[in-house]
Design a protein around this ligand. Structure first.
Ligand code: ZN
Ligand code: ZN
Length: 400
C-alpha cells in the first residue's frame, strides 16, 4: 500500500534539503515508525529540538518533563505572540497495519495521529522561519508530551509555557479520521468535552456460591450500581444537553462458585458545560453511596478531576474561517459537530483565546477509515499538508 505516492514514492529520511511537502511526509513516517508513550518522548523531543535549532530558534527542552518550546521572533516589528501546539505521545497499542513505516516499538503505536501533529508543527516552523523577515510579533511553538490522559499540557504550564512572552492567541489542530480528507472542521464554543474519572469500591461480604444468605454479594451490588448510574444521563440531565457516564471496567471475583466480597467500578464522565459536569459528579457520588446500602453493603468513591472542555474563542474562530476557506477551498470548511472526546489543550485555551480545529484524514480508497485509538488507525497523508497550510495561514492572520 502506498500513500501520497506523488509526493514521496519512497520513504526517505526527513531533511531540510527536501521540499517542505516531501519533508513533512518523511517526518510523519519517521515519527510513526518510532512511537513513544507519554512522558517517554525522548527521541521525538530530541528530533524536534534539533530541527527547531537548525531553523535558528531559541529552544527550551525538558519543559513539563519531555516537552519542547521554541520561539520564533518576527523581524518586521512588534506584534502579538501566537502559540502553536503539537502533541507528541503515542498509545500502548500494537499496530495492526503493515507498511514500510510501521511501528518499530512493540506495544506502542501512533494511533491518534500525533505523529502527523509533530510533522505539521515542524513544517509550520520551517515555513514561518523562512518568512520571518515579513512577520510581526512572535510565534511560540509548543511540542507537548503526554496528551493521552496524563496531562502534559498542564505540566508545561507549570514549567512556564505561558510566560515570557505570554501568548495572545493559541492554535492547535487534530487530524481527524471521521472527517473526509480535504475538509477542515471548526466551531465556536465547546468542541470537545470536559472529562472526569471515578473509581467506586463496593464492599460486601464474600462466601460460598451456594450459600448466598450468608453473604452480601458485591457482584449484585455492582450490577445494580451500574444500572442506577445509567439513569443519570437519561433522567437527570436535560435532554438537550450533552453528558456521558460510562463504567468501563468492573473488577470482582475469583471463581465461579464464590460470591465476592468486593467489586471495583471504574468509569468516566463527560460534559460540555460546568453545570452538567457538576451534576454528573453529584449524582455519581449519591448513587455510589446509596445503592450498595440497599443490599446491606458499603462503598467508597474516589473522584479524579480531569480536564475542562476545549472551548474555542468565538472572535478568533470568526476571524479564521475566511483564512481556512482560502486554504481548503470554498465549501471545504464545515461547522464541526462537537465530540465528547477530551483533550488537555483545554487548559491552555482556558487562559489564552484561541482555536482548536480539525483536519480531515478519512479516505476509503486507502482504508483510512478506522477510528482514533484503533490498531488499524491510518490517515490520508494529504491531511499533513492541509494541516500545515491551514496552521501557517492561521498564524499569520493572528500575527496581523
Ligand atoms: Zn487520542
Ligand atoms: Zn489525539
Amino acid at each position: 500500500m502506498t500513500f501520497a505516492p506523488e509526493l514521496l514514492a519512497k520513504t526517505v529520511a526527513p531533511s531540510l534539503d527536501l521540499t517542505w511537502e516531501e519533508d513533512a511526509i518523511a517526518l510523519r513516517r519517521d515519527f510513526h515508525a518510532h512511537p513513544e508513550l507519554g512522558f517517554e518522548e525522548t527521541r521525538s523531543a530530541a528530533i524536534v529540538a534539533e530541527r527547531l535549532r537548525a531553523l535558528g530558534m531559541e529552544v527550551r527542552e525538558g519543559v513539563g518533563r519531555t516537552g519542547v518550546i521554541a520561539l520564533l521572533r518576527g523581524e518586521a516589528g512588534d506584534g502579538p505572540c501566537v502559540l502553536v501546539r503539537a502533541d507528541m505521545d503515542a498509545l500502548p497499542i500494537e499496530e495492526a497495519n503493515d507498511w514500510e513505516w510501521k511501528s518499530e516499538n512493540k506495544g506502542a503505536m501512533h494511533a491518534c495521529g500525533h505523529d502527523a501533529h509533530m510533522a505539521i508543527g515542524l513544517s509550520v516552523a520551517r515555513l514561518l522561519a523562512e518568512q520571518k523577515a515579513t512577520l510581526r510579533g512572535s510565534v511560540k511553538f509548543m511540542f507537548q508530551p503526554a496528551e493521552e490522559g496524563l496531562g502534559g499540557a498542564g505540566k508545561m504550564i507549570e514549567d512556564g509555557l505561558l510566560l515570557d512572552p505570554k501568548p495572545d492567541f493559541a492554535l492547535a489542530l487534530h487530524v481527524w479520521s471521521p472527517l473526509e480528507k480535504g475538509l477542515i472542521g471548526v466551531a465556536a464554543g465547546p468542541v470537545m468535552a470536559c472529562t472526569d474519572e471515578f473509581r467506586a469500591r463496593i464492599i460486601g461480604k464474600g462466601g460460598h456460591g451456594a450459600m448466598p444468605e450468608q453473604t452480601v454479594d458485591a457482584v449484585l451490588m455492582a450490577a445494580h450500581t451500574v444500572v442506577a448510574l445509567q439513569t443519570i444521563v437519561s433522567r437527570n440531565v436535560k435532554p438537550l444537553e450533552a453528558g456521558v457516564v460510562t463504567v468501563g471496567k468492573i473488577e470482582s471475583g475469583t471463581a465461579f462458585n464464590v460470591i465476592p466480597g468486593e467489586a471495583i467500578l471504574s468509569g468516566t464522565t463527560r460534559a460540555f458545560s460546568d453545570d452538567v459536569r457538576a451534576l454528573l459528579e453529584k449524582r455519581v457520588r449519591e448513587i455510589v453511596e446509596v445503592q450498595p446500602k440497599v443490599f446491606g453493603g458499603e462503598s467508597e468513591l474516589t473522584w479524579i478531576t480531569g480536564f475542562p472542555a476545549v472551548v474555542n474563542d468565538a472572535d478568533v474562530v470568526e476571524r479564521l474561517i475566511p483564512t481556512f476557506e482560502e486554504v481548503a477551498g470554498e465549501g471545504n470548511v464545515i461547522e464541526f459537530e462537537p465530540t465528547l472526546g477530551a483533550e488537555d489543550m483545554s487548559v491552555v485555551l482556558q487562559h489564552i483565546p484561541g482555536c482548536y480545529f480539525f483536519v480531515g484524514a478519512r479516505n476509503e480508497e486507502i482504508d483510512a477509515v478506522y477510528p482514533h485509538h484503533h490498531p488499524k488507525f491510518n490517515i490520508d497523508e494529504s491531511a499533513v499538508l492541509l494541516g500545515v497550510r491551514a496552521m501557517v495561514e492561521a498564524t499569520k492572520n493572528l500575527l496581523g
